[in-house]
Design a binder for this molecule. Structure first.
Ligand SMILES: *[C@@H]1O[C@H](CO)[C@@H](O)[C@H](O)[C@H]1NC(C)=O
Length: 403
């Protein structure tokens, strides 16, 4: 009973990244509600036109994409869409992340209000993606991927698709893992040539200075290896098992009273009374292999492909170490805008400086001293702190200066 109360207390302070929701305590694993489309659940009710697309990656995953515009577009006689912009969410989140606060506070709505043609990405494994052409989600193979595939298959396909539908280069906005994916993808000339410019929130390529106590504890406990060895391939913190995993980590002597802060760093501008609503959406599932890949980056300080160990690396890559993603190979002609936070325990300042040093270009940079990792999408002040400057940056670039 005490344990149960403890779980409920946890659910209140829990993180957006590694959260638990109340429905994981009724013994059920899945989402309790009948699954609506993201447009129907979040965008249309706010009065914004929204359409759903489904695209297929080269390796057979079916991803949901949403396209959102401003309601005022419908009124004009010949609706003119602004430049396309793709929003790429972070780990254990999905496209809903950009629409979780009020329309005046949420980046997805704000961009639509500014006339952008807003496209919302959802990676494989999230509840807004649509499975696989042949693999069931119950199969180990379905979860056999990490952010490397999210970058080179999922993000690549989204960019291709939007580029071909709109016949235009696009802007990309990423948060957290969405920035890892973006930076990895931009090292590929055939992807970056379709991108006009990018804005990266909590930019990550190197992770060896992560300071989040909860994450460091998981790394030192080798949680990633343990769950893979147990045969757990899908990581779903909405399941009862996923929830008790978090509790067991706290039971090892780590204070988890403010779990959100112990994962993301102290967030300055969080709306505490909205947590229950956030947790209706988050967290989304990801793969255990992805966690393992991220922990490899924390342990080794590399921005490389997945490390299978020497023998399998030789077989997969032909080298004993996995190939690196070389930030220096990102074309200098890609305009970049980046925002990072002084309290961000995941995108650490030292790691961010490391990223900057390796880029050929000199990105426009915004530093927010009191921002934690989640503030970049959920801060109540994000519009003035971040989104307005980001939009000014996009509008300063040739194509979108007309909107
Ligand atoms: C915080 O969230 C609550 C609950 O959804 C909402 O009523 C309130 O307007 C939000 N506060 C701000 C400052 O937006």
């Amino acid at each position: 009973m005490a344990r149960r109360r403890w779980l409920v207390a946890l659910a209140i302070t829990v993180s957006i990244l590694f959260g638990i929701i109340a429905d994981s305590f009724d013994g059920g694993g899945g989402h309790p509600k009948q699954q609506l489309s993201m447009c129907a659940e979040l965008i249309l009710p706010a009065g914004y036109p929204c359409s759903e697309y489904m695209i297929e990656t080269k390796d057979g995953f079916l991803l949901g994409l949403q396209r959102v515009s401003s309601s005022s577009l419908r009124l004009g006689s010949a609706p003119q869409r602004g430049p396309p912009i793709l929003l790429q969410h972070g780990l254990f989140m999905a496209g809903d992340a950009w629409f979780l606060n009020n329309p005046e506070q949420s980046l997805g709505f704000i961009l639509a209000d500014h006339g952008f043609d807003v496209w919302v990405g959802n990676v494989r494994g999230t509840r807004w993606s649509h499975g696989h052409i042949s693999l069931s989600e119950k199969k180990k193979k379905f979860w056999d991927w990490s952010w490397e595939e999210l970058a080179l298959y999922d993000l690549a396909e989204m960019i291709n698709y939007i580029n071909s539908v709109t016949n235009s280069k696009l802007f990309v906005v990423g948060h957290s893992q969405g920035t890892i994916m973006s930076l990895a993808a931009f090292t590929q000339p055939e992807i970056v040539e379709k991108v006009e410019a990018a804005a990266l929130l909590s930019p990550i390529s190197y992770l060896d200075h992560v300071s989040a106590p909860f994450v460091l504890r998981m790394v030192s406990m080798h949680i990633d290896q343990i769950i893979l060895d147990m045969g757990v391939h899908q990581l779903n913190f909405k399941s009862e098992w996923g929830a008790s995993l978090l509790v067991s980590i706290c039971d090892t002597g780590l204070s988890c009273e403010d779990m959100l802060a112990s994962i993301t760093g102290q967030n300055c501008c969080f709306n505490d009374s909205r947590v229950a609503y956030y947790l209706e959406q988050e967290p989304h599932p990801s793969s255990s292999k992805n966690l393992c890949h991220l922990f490899q980056m924390i342990r080794k300080g590399t921005f490389s492909k997945y490390d299978y160990g020497i023998l399998k690396n030789l077989k997969v890559y032909g080298t004993s170490n996995p190939p690196k993603f070389d930030l220096r190979s990102i074309t200098k002609s890609l305009p970049l805008w980046m925002a990072y936070g002084g309290n961000d325990a995941l995108a650490d300042i030292t790691d961010f400086q490391h990223t900057l040093k390796e880029l050929q270009s000199t990105p426009e940079v915004v530093y927010l001293e009191n921002y934690g990792h989640v503030d970049f999408i959920l801060s109540l002040r994000a519009k003035q702190d971040l989104y307005d400057p980001m939009i000014r940056f996009f509008k300063s670039l040739g194509k979108s200066s007309s909107i």
